[in-house]
Design a protein around this ligand. Sequence first.
Ligand SMILES: O=c1ccn([C@H]2C[C@H](O)[C@@H](COP(=O)(O)OP(=O)(O)OP(=O)(O)O)O2)c(=O)[nH]1
Ligand SMILES: [Mg+2]
Length: 144
Amino acid sequence: MNIKIINRSKNTLPAYETLHAAGMDMRADLEAPVTLKPLERKLIPTGLFIELPEGYEAQIRPRSGLAFKHGIGIVNSPGTIDADYRGEIKVLLVNLSAEDFEVNTGDRIAQMVVAKHEQVQWQEVEELGETTRGAGGYGHTGVG
Ligand SMILES: O=c1ccn([C@H]2C[C@H](O)[C@@H](COP(=O)(O)OP(=O)(O)OP(=O)(O)O)O2)c(=O)[nH]1
Ligand SMILES: [Mg+2]
């Protein structure tokens, strides 16, 4: 499917890095390099603006390589880009390592997955359907 995009960044458009990749890598678009100190979070601009069709969202997800090698995560992971959002897509990185982490323009800082979603209407009732699980949760089936 085609999705309208405005690219005001210094980077090429986000792209799937492999044939069947779910996510397109997103690159930082900065005036100057940004340093994230340990436990610091910063909103990183991408210079990208998109127009998703109704019924679609874009999820901004972390990259596992950055997470594993440098402890870099996304605070609100997965970030949600609404179909009616017309602002710049930004990525809220956090440094969960003990070392400073520098972000430069062009660095692949996150990945974007475009997904379908439903919008539901509530049907308010007094009782819900019975199940074997019932209200059990938070590990009630055990760990082993
Ligand atoms: O990682 C993200 C998450 C959100 N957004 C943009 C697109 C999204 O449509 C909008 C609002 O995001 P969200 O609903 O998660 O934030 P909110 O705190 O509920 O703000 P709002 O009251 O504007 O909905 O911000 C981003 O650019 N990056
Ligand atoms: Mg919101």
